[in-house]
Design a protein around this ligand. Structure first.
Ligand SMILES: C[S@@+](CC[C@H](N)C(=O)[O-])C[C@H]1O[C@@H](n2cnc3c(N)ncnc32)[C@H](O)[C@@H]1O
Length: 415
């Protein structure tokens, strides 16, 4: 460990400031380009000791849990609250530009669709019981330390205003000092709390039911996928189609980002009459598309597909929707199967859709919309399609994870 005074050159892909030193690059969280800083350097990691010359782009972080001075520790949820909007938005868009350029792709990249505080409707908390209290919050970066939060400016007011209630229910659930996870989804009928990683005795089960009954605004509590109490079915809406998600289901993290993505996808599909939605989840895109086109939804998670299927069958005015459970990494839809569709939407997890894109490349389908939460795997997948003659007609970066280094993107392609 040594102390060094360095100038930060640029932001790295994780949002850390990077200083070039004689020994190589040093990554320093909570610093900005142009800043002169004193760092405690341990190999390639720099801990900010003193800010000698601050950037004009530095702003006061809105949350008291952010940064090296954070209350209860450094919350690992955000990494860029100290950057002014202009710098932060340019950084996010550039993540997509750089990832595509690294694969030799230089299409026009649209301006970033920005996120605002208070939009997050889905949050994953970590919790742990201590002798004194129930800690509920986020892990400190690269650590098991839980930063107990009293506020969270990225999360929706519907979640933040119920932190005490969530803590009370978590307290009733916790049986020992082991940490556990709670996925909180704000739905139209109340919060859906999905607990994972607890062993529940009868006593905790009863205490949980009582804690929920004493509170308003909780739609459901589940543990490891099993419903414990469901005063009202959680419900979310995809373009006017209500869906009841299974416990802990994937949903896009914010509604505005979801709507922006859906609009880009629907605009691209235009008058397509037969569409396949690959990695469909509970139907974020499929159910919206079904207003105007027949949809085949393919997904690996059985419960998600059942929720999608149920919603499609119980909503009037939709075109036919079929569903298929399939592992698209091991058994991608083959070029022959894809040929019957006018358009394909795919929205894979962070690993991307490499095997599927090799089949898409051979399919000749006219229109493709790629939705991604990882610009690096998106770039790889787009390069497979571009090599097969697909033209990238638009790429739009979308901020869904405010003040983090994650960015979504929707790319549209044609042949
Ligand atoms: C990023 S989510 C998108 C879900 C949906 N399109 C949405 O917007 O809500 C990725 C989806 O891929 C599914 N998935 C992950 N691995 C898969 C695989 N190997 N085969 C099929 N589906 C998979 C997950 O269950 C999840 O629903």
């Amino acid at each position: 460990m040594s102390t060094e005074i360095v100038t930060i050159g640029r932001l790295g892909a994780q949002g850390d400031g990077i200083a070039q030193t004689e020994a190589g690059p040093v990554y320093a969280p909570f610093t900005l380009p142009g800043e002169l800083v004193a760092l405690a350097v341990n190999k390639a990691h720099g801990t900010l000791i003193a800010l000698k010359e601050a950037s004009a782009q530095r702003v006061e972080p809105p949350c008291r849990h952010f940064g090296p001075e954070g209350v209860n520790g450094t919350c690992g949820g955000c990494s860029l609250q100290h950057a002014a909007d202009g710098l932060y938005h340019a950084f996010k868009r550039q993540l997509v530009v750089d990832a595509l350029r690294a694969k030799g792709l230089e299409p026009e990249i649209a301006p970033l669709i920005i996120a605002r505080p208070g939009e997050r409707r889905r949050v994953v908390f970590t919790a742990r019981r201590t002798e004194k209290e129930l800690l509920l919050g986020f892990n400190q970066a690269e650590s098991h330390h839980i930063v107990a939060i009293g506020e969270c400016p990225i999360s929706s007011p519907g979640i933040v205003s119920r932190l005490a209630t969530i803590r009370k229910i978590a307290s009733a659930m916790a049986s020992n000092a082991e940490p556990f996870r709670i996925t909180v989804l704000e739905t139209a009928t109340g919060l859906d709390l999905a607990f994972e990683g607890i062993k529940l005795g009868d006593r905790q089960r009863r205490a949980t039911v009582e804690a929920v009954l004493g509170e308003r605004g909780i739609a459901r509590v589940s543990l490891n996928g099993e419903i414990i109490i469901e005063p009202v079915k959680p419900s979310i809406d995809f373009g006017g189609v209500p869906v009841s998600p299974p416990p802990g289901a994937f949903t896009q993290a914010t509604r505005p980002a979801e709507e922006a993505m859906a609009k880009l996808v629907l605009n691209h599909l235009g008058k397509a009459k037969r569409v396949a939605d690959l990695f469909s989840g509970i139907g974020t895109f499929a159910l919206r598309i079904a207003r105007t086109a027949r949809v085949h939804a393919v997904e690996g998670d059985d419960k998600a597909l059942k929720a999608l299927d149920f919603a499609a069958r119980n909503t009037q005015g939709l075109k036919p929707v079929t569903v298929e459970k399939r592992d698209l990494f091991r058994r991608p839809m083959m070029a022959q199967e894809l040929k019957v569709f006018d358009a394909i939407v795919f929205d894979p997890p962070r690993a991307g859709a490499e095997a599927q894109c090799h089949e898409l490349a051979r399919s000749g389908v006219k229109k493709i919309a790629a939705v991604s939460c990882n610009p690096v795997t998106l770039a790889r997948d787009l390069s497979i399609l571009a090599s097969a003659g697909y033209r990238i007609t638009s790429v739009t970066p979308i901020d869904q994870f405010l003040w983090s280094a994650h960015v979504e993107a929707v790319a549209t392609l044609e042949k």
